[in-house]
Write a protein that binds this ligand. Structure first.
Ligand code: IYR
Length: 233
């Protein structure tokens, strides 16, 4: 097959098709698996209270690999998960995050935003960044480097990284750990501190670890099915 297609070099793409690996599941088994998975995921909560207990690198690698099974626009997999356990680096990130967050909470936060944040009990102090044994920062690629060294766009990178983050979070919960989707704003300092390229934009900072003894979560309810769906049959 030619390497040239409408003048574009195709060599940085894999070509062809392979059979789908699909495991048949009986109707009964489907029902039980669907409700078991729902129950497992219903027990997931976001907490801000992390233990300093260590977590093996293998667990973080498996969560990242699970996140990276996400579908992505044109299969460009436009993400980098930067996993940090180095205490000095975590302290540096916390310091920079708290500078931004202090400004956010004290000066920039609009009233309507303050109103909906209040029940979550958040403030500018981000001890989770130094308490959690790992901090994983998800960077979204806005551009990709071709094999010939030129830059081209990525497609649906927000959607792709959102899905990858969801799968990462599910993997963390499934393995018995907790995480928090922290979005310091603005997040530009993360690319600077972690030395990422211009084509990578920090999207989420996720501390990962065990909850601290006595960890708490806000007393929140999830919406009912009829509030989040509309069936047209
Ligand atoms: N970035 C801030 C504020 C914040 C915003 C939302 I939307 C939240 O759901 C929670 C917090 C912070 O991380 O504290």
């Amino acid at each position: 097959m030619s390497d040239e297609f409408f003048g574009q070099v195709m060599s940085d793409h894999q070509e062809g098709f392979v059979p789908l690996i699909f495991h048949k599941v009986s109707a009964d088994e489907m029902e039980s698996r669907s409700s078991e998975f729902l129950e497992m995921m219903s027990n997931r909560r976001t907490t801000r209270h992390f233990s300093t207990r260590s977590v093996s690198r293998t667990l973080i690698e498996n969560a990242i690999l699970t996140g990276s099974t996400a579908p992505s626009g044109a299969h460009l997999q436009p993400w980098t998960f930067v996993a940090i356990s180095n205490p000095d680096l975590k302290a540096k990130i916390r310091e920079a995050a708290e500078i931004e967050e202090k400004r956010f909470y004290e000066e920039r936060i609009p009233d309507e935003w303050e109103e909906v944040l209040a029940p979550l009990g958040t403030d500018y102090v981000k001890e989770h960044i130094t308490d959690a044994p790992w901090v994983v920062v998800l960077f979204r690629h806005t551009q990709r480097k071709r094999e010939n060294g030129e830059w081209s766009p990525t497609y649906y990178s927000q959607e792709s990284c959102g899905i990858a983050a969801g799968m990462f979070i599910s993997a963390i919960h499934n393995m018995g750990l907790v995480t928090l989707t922290h979005t310091p704003s603005p997040m530009g300092f993360l690319g600077d501190i972690l030395g990422r390229g211009e084509h990578e934009k920090a999207m989420l900072l996720m501390p990962v670890g065990y909850p601290s003894d006595g960890a708490e979560v806000p007393n929140l309810q999830r919406k009912e099915l009829d509030e989040i769906s509309d069936f047209i049959e």
